[in-house]
Design a protein around this ligand. Structure first.
Ligand code: FES
Length: 100
């Protein structure tokens, strides 16, 4: 089961999640990384869930078309849309403060 390290506003939060966990789905049912993860649509349309992947990016599938459309050149800086990721391996993510 993947271990997720989530950084936000100078704090780090760590938990183990089930295989194929989606962090936005989890936050929606008030499970880690709730209440720290910012998100809105859950459908790849708003980019509010954008996070920078600090470790474990090699285990993620390539960005889908929604991530390419929403993130553009931020993909090159390591950003992904948390709502579009189903996690199967350890990952470390950081979400910027403020609005996406
Ligand atoms: S929550 Fe809107 S793009 Fe992920």
């Amino acid at each position: 089961m993947p271990t997720v390290v989530f950084h936000k506003a100078g704090h780090s939060y760590t938990d183990v999640v089930q295989d194929n966990a989606n962090l936005v789905v989890r936050a929606g049912i008030k499970r880690f990384p709730y209440p720290h993860l910012r998100y809105e649509c859950g459908m790849g349309k708003c980019a509010k869930c954008a996070c920078r992947v600090l470790a474990g990016a090699e285990h993620l599938p390539p960005p889908n078309w929604k991530e390419k459309k929403q993130l553009g050149e931020r993909l090159d800086q390591g950003y992904r849309l948390a709502c579009q990721l189903w996690l199967t391996a350890d990952i470390e993510l950081a979400q910027d403060d403020g609005e996406a």
